[in-house]
Structure formats: C-alpha cells, structure tokens
Design a protein around this ligand. Structure first.
Ligand SMILES: Nc1ncnc2c1ncn2[C@@H]1O[C@H](COP(=O)(O)OP(=O)(O)OP(=O)(O)O)[C@@H](O)[C@H]1O
Ligand SMILES: [Mg+2]
Length: 366
C-alpha cells in the first residue's frame, strides 16, 4: 500500500461501549436532568455523540446543533445556527405537503430546528428569546404527539457563554432547558463542551443545582488505546511507545497510526508542544500578560505559573485547590491543563503535554 492509498481511508469509530450505554440508559427514561458532556480536548466527545445519533432507533428525533461551525458573536448569529429556515424549500421541492412541525416527526436527525421562513424572520427581528423558545417547545410537543422522543444536542455550548440579550442568553437558555427536562419532561437535552472552565462555572452555578448530570468523556484507557492500535496493525512495541507519549488521546493515536515514521512523529509532537509552552512562558515572564476573570483583568505571575507546573513533576494529576485561580485560568485557556470539576482535579490536556511540561522544567534552572 502506498502512502496516498493509506490516507484515502479514515479510521472507523472505535469502542465507547460503556459511554454509549450510559447515554442510551438516560434516553430510555423520561427526561429529568440537563446532561453536560465534558472532557479534555480531542477526547472524542463529538465523535461519540455523532456515532450514537446515527445508530439510534427510529423513535428518536435528534436536533443536533454544533455552535463551532460558524463564528457566533451576536444573538442573531446564534439564531441562525439554531434554526434551519431552508427546510421549507426542501419540502416544497420534494412536493411534501405536510406542515413543518408534522414533517419534522418523520426526521431522524436535523442539523438545525426547521422553521417556516416567515416565522424565522419574526423571531430574528425580536430581541426577546421567548418567541424562539416558544417555537422550540411547540416542535418538541409535536414530535411527542407522533409518539417519538425528541433529543436536543448542543455542541460547543460555551461559544454563547458571554452573549447578551437583555441579560445573559445562557441563563435564559438554562431556564428553558430546565423547563424541557425537569418540569415538562418533554425533551432530552445534552450540552457538550471542551472548555473546562465553562463546565466548572456551570458546576458551581446555583440555578443549576440538582438539575444537571455531568458525563465525562475521557481519553481511552490503556487497554482500549492498545486495542485500538492493535486493530490498525500497530505492533506491541509501537503500542507501548504510543501509550507512553500520547496516552489514550484518540486524535493523537489516529495520527500515530498514519505516521510513516513513528519515532520522528513523536519527536515532532514533543518539540511542537515544548516550543508552544516555552513561548507562552517567555511571554508571561517578559510582558504584562493578563487573564480576565469575572470581568477583572489580572496579571499572570511567572513564578506562580512555574510553581503550578512543578506540581506535575512527580504526579499526573493535582487537586483543584493546589492551583491558584489566575494560573489555572491561564493554562486552561491555553489548552495546557484540563479541569475536572466533578472530581475536583486538574491534569494536563494529554500525556504529551505532561511530557513537554516535565522537559521544560528540567531546562528551567532556578
Ligand atoms: N471512538 C473513536 N474512534 C475512532 N476515532 C476517534 C474516536 N473518538 C475520537 N476519534 C478521533 O479523534 C478525533 C477528535 O475527536 P472529536 O472531535 O470527537 O473530539 P472532541 O472531544 O469533540 O474534541 P473538542 O474537544 O475539540 O470538542 C476525531 O476526529 C477522530 O479522528
Ligand atoms: Mg467536539
């Protein structure tokens, strides 16, 4: 097989049986809680959800909205992502005479909530999300009338974390989600995010107390990672090499499988992370770098961030209270560290980041 051929195929979905079962069990009972799916970067959250959607039985109607697809900086941008005003034209083209809400019940997955264009214009011109929520509720009700179960999935929810429409949009959305789940039990709600600071802030949000469930989609464990590599004809020795450098990060394991020269690939990845991290540290040491926490701009102290990195010299995970808020915000924003608010732990985003941290610490003489 030549290299071109090798890149012509992609890797098929692997495992996640436990996580899939957990989500399927949630879908079997009536909606009670908002489900937050979180995990380190590139752990496979979106891949898992998209695979699960594809294989759901026909009695589920899934609305999957990925907020990462287009830039969102206003409430109107959000509406454009949330709704699909072109669905109507598709119905006309296919000579389907059903009204939109009835036609939706025939769908399996919609990547946007189908809406009549006239109504969309009205919702779009209003500055109050109530009319949008009212329509969503009507759609979910209609799906139920057809004895189907609606599932609303919003990927990359943190994108709208700071949007305002007469107050924060996210709070209005959470209230709506609470109505859909805990109060009306009408629709399953899943929100995905790779921004662990966002998940952490939700975790400590009083209005969401007892109303949410948090599901961690982590990198593969050692056994799964090795089985995954084995399936792609990676020998034992290389499996060990990959696990020692990339842990169970699916994206990196996938790249490793495709890499023509495995050792070179590993060396390149470490060098890349080290250079990135070094530049970040140099900037903090030499410039006046700040982070914003609760609208306040705070200066990052070089000594403080080095102190945090040093904690990873001898351990892979630390407790959240071992890291000051400014350094934590800095490293999470830079995708170096991941916070698991449910377990109260902080760790590097991947094994390769941990190795880069340790190598840099060796070079810092103080
Ligand atoms: N179960 C899996 N089987 C095979 N490959 C996978 C699996 N999960 C993830 N991958 C690979 O890892 C890549 C990254 O996964 P994905 O984009 O789903 O991660 P994510 O957690 O949603 O990332 P982000 O943190 O950026 O939202 C995928 O493009 C895919 O190549
Ligand atoms: Mg994702």
């Amino acid at each position: 097989m030549n290299t071109t051929e090798k890149f012509d195929y992609d890797i098929e979905f692997f495992d996640r049986e436990r996580e899939k079962q957990e989500i399927l069990d949630i879908l079997k009972v009536k909606p009670q809680l908002i489900n937050f799916i979180y995990g380190p970067i590139n752990s496979g959250k979106t891949t898992l959800i998209t695979n699960l959607i594809k294989n759901l039985p026909d009695n589920y109607v899934v609305f999957y909205i990925n907020l990462r697809q287009n830039p969102i900086s206003t409430y109107k941008d959000f509406l454009e992502e949330l709704f699909d005003a072109e669905f109507e034209e598709a119905l006309i083209e296919r000579k389907i005479t059903k009204a939109i809400p009835d036609a939706i019940a025939d769908l399996k997955t919609a990547f946007g909530i189908p809406i009549p264009s006239k109504l969309f214009e009205r919702i779009f011109s209003s500055e109050d999300p109530k009319s949008a929520f009212r329509y969503l509720l009507k759609i979910m009700g209609k799906v139920k009338e057809y004895n189907k179960i609606p599932v609303l999935i919003i990927d990359e929810l943190q994108v709208i974390g700071d949007l305002k429409v007469d107050g924060k949009l996210i709070y209005k959305l959470f209230n709506f989600f609470i109505a859909l789940t805990k109060e009306l039990h009408i629709c399953h709600v899943f929100a995905l995010s790779s921004d662990s600071l966002f998940i952490e802030s939700i975790y400590s949000e009083a209005m969401l107390d007892e109303r949410c469930r948090y599901l961690l989609i982590d990198d593969f464990d050692e056994q799964t990672a090795k089985k995954f590599l084995e399936k792609h004809n990676i020998n034992r020795e290389s499996q060990e090499l990959a696990w020692n450098h990339f842990g169970g990060k699916p994206l990196l394991l996938r790249k490793f499988i495709f890499a023509a020269n495995k050792k070179e690939f590993i060396a390149d990845e470490i060098l890349f992370r080290k250079t990135q991290l070094k530049t970040m540290l140099n900037k903090v040491r030499e410039l006046n770098v700040k982070v914003t926490i609760d609208k306040e701009e705070l200066k990052i102290e070089y000594e403080a961030i080095i102190k945090v990195l040093k904690k990873f010299k001898g351990s892979e995970v630390i407790n959240t209270d071992e890291c000051d808020e400014i350094s934590k915000t800095f490293f999470v924003n830079k995708n170096i560290l991941f916070v698991d608010p449910k377990k109260g732990l902080i760790r590097p985003q991947s094994r390769i980041d941990l190795l880069a941290i340790r190598e840099i610490l060796k070079e810092i003489k103080q």
